[in-house]
Design a protein around this ligand. Structure first.
Ligand SMILES: Nc1ncnc2c1ncn2[C@@H]1O[C@H](COP(=O)(O)OP(=O)(O)OP(=O)(O)O)[C@@H](O)[C@H]1O
Length: 255
């Protein structure tokens, strides 16, 4: 299944937030969306997930989700959103049960996603016993459990310290390399974008318009920290974003 945004524009009252976005999210690819604060990144993600409708243009699904997809459009948020009174496996079984998946089938899915996210030994742990990085691994495991056609990730690593972010980026690369998934990944962090994105969409300040779409051909598993080509790409992205970010900063002050 592929998602497409066609001429998507949006206003909240008098405020124009997004203008004429045309973009496709190809199957099996990670599309990163970067742009200054307030340019409409999270809003676009809500349109893609069907949580909200744009005031102009269309969001279309091309093709059907896989038959075994329990929840085709699934979010991963910055704040993990785990249920504190449920164990790791309990957080996952809760979502599965909500979609009518119980018993042996749920057990098999839980074991699989915990193994994929290196959490098998933490099955019975409560969220309060886990570090931030582990909590986000649980949130990722829970999202993978419903086998989404498209994973919608809103700043998933922003609440973590930089070392943990590196580890989680490695985990996401390993997960994708073993079993490619389709994702839209919103981030402020250009290092994350060049590490994880097959396609990077740079938005202007509000109203968010596409300034440039950058494709990176280097396979995810070959992208290493300090890779000169990736560093150059990151600098290029920063050049694009710098003026926009400065202007957005001033706008927020003046709002
Ligand atoms: N429900 C809403 N009602 C009114 N204005 C909104 C609403 N949601 C978002 N906005 C405004 O729309 C603009 C875009 O918001 P959005 O959260 O999509 O931006 P963003 O690029 O994700 O920002 P950030 O990087 O700071 O998270 C902002 O100016 C925000 O204040």
């Amino acid at each position: 299944m592929e998602l497409r945004l066609e001429g998507v524009s949006h206003r909240y009252g008098d405020v124009e937030v997004i203008r004429d976005i045309n973009l496709s999210i190809p199957k099996g690819r990670i599309v990163c969306i970067v742009g200054p604060s307030g340019c409409g990144k999270s809003t676009l993600l809500r349109f893609l997930g069907g949580l909200e409708r744009p005031t102009g243009g269309q969001v279309t699904q091309v093709g059907s989700p896989p038959e075994d997809s329990i929840n085709p459009l699934t979010y991963v948020f910055q704040d993990f959103a785990l249920l504190p009174w449920r164990t790791v496996e309990g957080n996952i079984s809760f979502i599965l049960a909500d979609h009518g998946v119980r018993g042996a089938r749920a057990e098999a899915i839980i074991s699989d996603v915990l193994a994929r996210t290196k959490l098998s030994d933490f099955r019975k742990a409560l969220p309060k016993q886990l570090s931030g990085g582990m909590k986000q691994r649980v949130a990722i495991a829970r999202a993978l459990a419903v086998n989404p056609a498209v994973l919608l990730m809103d700043e998933p690593l922003s609440a973590l310290d930089s070392q943990t972010r590196e580890l989680l980026m490695d985990d996401l690369v390993t997960l994708w390399t073993r079993q490619p998934f389709t994702a839209v990944y919103v981030t402020h962090n250009l290092a994350e974008a060049v590490r994880l994105g097959h396609r990077i969409v740079v938005l202007s300040r509000r109203p968010g318009q596409i300034r440039e779409v950058v494709e990176i051909d280097t396979p995810l598993e070959s992208r290493t920290l300090g890779d000169p080509a990736l560093d150059r790409m990151q600098k290029h992205l920063w050049t694009l974003m710098r003026a926009e970010a400065e202007a957005a900063d001033m706008e927020l002050v003046n709002d």
